[in-house]
Design a protein around this ligand. Sequence first.
Ligand code: PLP
Length: 492
Amino acid sequence: MYSTLPDAVATAAADAESLRSAGHALIDRMADYLAGIESRPVSTPLSPAAIQARFDQPLPREGRPADEVWNEVWRDVVSDAIHVNHPMYMGHQVAPPLPHAVLADTMVSLLNQSLAVWEMSPTATMVEARVVRWLADAIGFPESADGTLVSGGSVANLTGLLAAREARFPGCWRDGIARTAEAERACLLVSGHSHYSVERTAGLMGLGSDAVIGVGERDGRMCPESLAETIERVRGEGRIPFAVSATAGSTAMGLFDPLDRIADVCEAAGVWLHVDGAHGASYALSESMRGLVHGIGRADSVAWDPHKMLFMPMSTGAVLVRDRRHLDAAFQQKAPYLFHARPGEDRCRDAGRMTLQCSRRFDALKLWVCLQHYGADHFAALLERTAETTASLHAKLADADDYEPSHAPESNILCFRHLPAALEGRPDEEVDAFQAELRSRYNASGIGWITLTVLNGRRTLRVTLMNPRTADEHLDRMLDSLRMIGREILAG
Ligand SMILES: *Cc1c(COP(=O)(O)O)cnc(C)c1O
């Protein structure tokens, strides 16, 4: 009676044919897009309202030909997207993804393995475990280490710090902060340049953002002496610092906290060290740049975003802990409909125990394919290239009369200001407003795309060189275009 399928359900053969024919066409068009990327403006001049109006269709009750819809994707979506593959894109920390990672991402969708439990992803779980092992080895974590891929640095920070909280206040997961001895006195130590997601974890945990205490900095990096003093001071006030969150590759300037010396302080004081290496943990793969993260292997937990400096498409984040028992303890869930086996039973590695996510994509495949195809040394070369280009930009800025680098770069992030002679003697507010206007007009021009931040109270231009194909000619084009637009602004 069910020998034929109703019309609405395609046979697997018909779906396969859609995949084949539309897929070939789409891949061709994607390849053309990439090959011709430099002929596009980097971003759109359109306003949010103009773009919103383009997508005001009601819910379609009936379908229409796929070609038509895909053509609209190219016309309406791709056209005015921000083109992160363009070498003039020097904005936020979003990578131009490696081609095999893009392909693996498609495969991830087709297989659709759920990483919550091993029985739903028998091979994928083990591939992920291997990728986690590779990452753990790269930062010098011991055999006891473990971890899981997560959606990104924010969830990795939350996960690492939840593990820290449970390690310091056992039972807190079950009893809550109010009913766990001493937990209401918990505080978290960070420096001013930590990513906002670290402070957010204190809110999410119910500690309150006031439980986040700032540690002094020197040259944009956490100062170990100040950390030691702060631990002593807050303990004197009856508070309990349950973790220090250090930053390896700060978001604003790409600077690295002195992890080894911070680890000394944490070890002596018996405080959990979390390293937010969302941006910079990847430097562990480079022999020449590894020194930046010296000491990272002494951390108790690490956040690491392969979707930043390992050139993976979003979302590919990772959290690693040096002792897997702490991650087991961070989420103590009984879910008999899902987690059948207990920890330690060897039939099962249910990654869903280690993260707040349940359904979770098989993002590990992208890294597994790419690390094997390209090799870790290739990743190192890409990282090094972006840092060299950043150093070259710094030299150009330092040489020019009308530019001022805000700091020496350690990695691929650099802040600077454009200060043409006509601005000399103008009040700070005017100089700051000029930087903001410059950035805004430059980005709208489609020539390139940069970001803006505030350093020491002053507006500053900021670039993150995520694209290894960004070269000297692109840096010159950016600087010259900013000069030209600057002249237009000053001319009124
Ligand atoms: C990007 C970044 C984050 C946030 O990571 P997401 O993947 O965007 O969630 C956290 N910390 C640092 C230092 C970062 O650079």
